[in-house]
Design a protein around this ligand. Structure first.
Ligand SMILES: CC(C)(COP(=O)(O)OP(=O)(O)OC[C@H]1O[C@@H](n2cnc3c(N)ncnc32)[C@H](O)[C@@H]1OP(=O)(O)O)[C@@H](O)C(=O)NCCC(=O)NCCS
Length: 150
């Protein structure tokens, strides 16, 4: 652990984090979306209350990672940990906060019996593929298919 990250604390998501996470998303995506985040956090907390995490730096929420363990989707029967939504405050990126969030989430997935962790990366989103590659993720044999429903 470097001195720069010594004051980082990873803890489970709580419903009182809604305001901070909405603010972080606004910083990252440029849009204030409290209703979206209320629904989203509610979903993750109901599904798997201990899976999703926030990172605090000196007591302030600076990052979050939402995910859960599921099985049976896409023909994948084994319990699989899914990392689905994450964000780190642009002002504190590059300080291993994302790495720590992922490490804690993977520990939780293992404890829940998951043997694999999966995520989907949008190639148009800068840095996400590099982040997961740095964490040891590799391209998987699942190919996303989509079709416009216009
Ligand atoms: C991806 C993200 C979570 C990384 O957070 P972070 O705290 O800066 O990441 P870390 O400092 O823990 O980096 C971990 C590793 O990933 C690499 N990495 C992280 N971001 C990277 C980038 N943009 N380009 C290349 N590599 C990157 C780091 O170099 C580091 O590798 P190392 O440990 O081998 O040196 C953060 O950039 C982010 O929130 N991006 C926006 C996410 C988003 O759009 N979310 C909404 C949809 S899900």
């Amino acid at each position: 652990m470097s001195d720069e990250t010594a004051e980082v604390r990873i803890r489970p998501l709580q419903d009182t984090d809604l305001g901070d996470i909405t603010g972080l998303d606004e910083k990252i995506a440029g849009e204030y979306r409290p209703d979206v985040w209320e629904l989203r956090l509610g979903y993750y907390m109901r599904r798997d209350p201990d899976a999703s995490l926030v990172a605090e730096l000196d007591g302030a929420v600076v990052g979050f990672m939402l995910g859960e363990v599921r099985s049976g989707e896409f023909g994948l029967e084994e319990p699989t940990g899914w990392i689905e939504v994450m964000g780190v405050d642009p002002e504190v990126r590059g300080r291993s906060i994302g790495r720590r969030l992922a490490a804690a989430m993977l520990d939780y997935f293992r404890a829940r019996g998951a043997t694999t962790v999966r995520t989907l990366v949008d190639r148009d989103m800068e840095g996400i593929a590099q982040f997961f590659t740095a964490l040891g993720f590799e391209p998987a044999g699942l190919t996303p298919f989509s079709k416009k429903l216009a």
